[in-house]
Design a binder for this molecule. Structure first.
Ligand code: MN
Length: 282
């Protein structure tokens, strides 16, 4: 249980950060509110870039939609340095705040650990950013609805248009193939590169007996794809109980994905998920 005073302090900090963030867009920051800027800089390690605010929102959304539980994580490539990425310290995504964000290089080494614990499986993110310049955001999760497709030979393929963004091909990576018996976690950069090679140019990858990885050209795309991967798995599993499901054709997948990620649809979906998660749509 958090102490009430700690809660209240955290709340004031959020309000302060929000105020600074709102002022940042006005160009008045440097002249009018220097004390606020200094306070925020002391409190939060990284600047209040939109990408980082969106990363916090992404954590909350993924938790709220049941994609991640106590485990799982989301990251973003650093907007100012493509050789770095940013993710939370080791913490349940539902609780992640701006002050939890840390920077890592593309071998998964934290720039400034300062006694914090990093996620054990950050190598998944590091290796994908290193091999996929088009990827700006990575989600790793153990969503329960997806797991049956990691342990059977039934391919996870798009069956509903909203899930077309998961892509026509979803490879399954088995850590045992090259590393034998392990605790199933991706703990080395070599294992991360091995996984990234199996992902190839695809958007999603399943990990046998473990979970999934979803990548995107930005945070919104990665998060929405992760949510709809779960939706599609759920529909496909239930449809199989009724009969043989009809899969989307490759061309249907391509056309539907364009619509789902269109400039009209994407903000609408993002705003919806932010509202459900109780976070501001940034
Ligand atoms: Mn994992």
């Amino acid at each position: 249980m958090s102490h009430p005073r700690a809660l209240s302090r955290s709340h004031s900090r959020r309000r302060l950060l929000h105020a600074v963030s709102a002022l940042a867009g006005t160009g008045l920051l440097g002249t009018l509110v220097n004390p606020l800027v200094q306070a925020a800089a002391l409190d939060a390690d990284l600047p209040l870039l939109v990408e980082f605010q969106r990363l916090v929102a992404a954590n909350r959304i993924l938790a709220n939609e049941g994609v991640v539980d106590a485990f799982g994580h989301v990251s973003v490539r650093h907007p100012d340095n493509p050789d770095l990425f940013v993710m939370s310290r080791s913490r349940s995504p539902a609780l992640v705040e701006h002050g939890d964000l840390m920077e890592f290089d593309l071998e998964g080494r934290p720039l400034d650990l300062r006694g914090r614990t990093a996620y054990g499986e950050r190598m998944i993110h590091a290796a994908i950013y290193a091999t996929r310049p088009d990827v700006q955001s990575v989600v790793h999760h153990h969503a329960y609805g997806v797991l049956p497709f990691t342990v059977t030979d039934v391919p996870l393929r798009p069956v509903v248009h909203a899930a077309s963004v998961i892509g026509a091909e979803i490879p399954v990576w088995d850590i045992r193939d090259d590393y034998g018996d392990t605790d199933m976690l991706v703990r080395s950069i070599d294992q991360g590169r091995n996984l990234a090679a199996t992902l190839g140019d695809n958007t999603c990858l399943l990990m046998r007996g473990h979970g999934a990885v979803v990548v995107g050209a930005d945070i919104q795309r990665a998060v929405l794809t992760a949510v709809y991967l779960q939706v599609n798995a759920d529909v496909l599993l239930r449809a199989k109980g009724l009969g043989e499901p009809v899969l989307l054709s490759d061309e249907e997948i391509r056309l539907s994905a364009e619509t789902q990620f269109s400039p009209l649809a994407r903000p609408r979906v993002w705003e919806y998920f932010c509202q459900r998660a109780g976070v501001e749509a940034v």
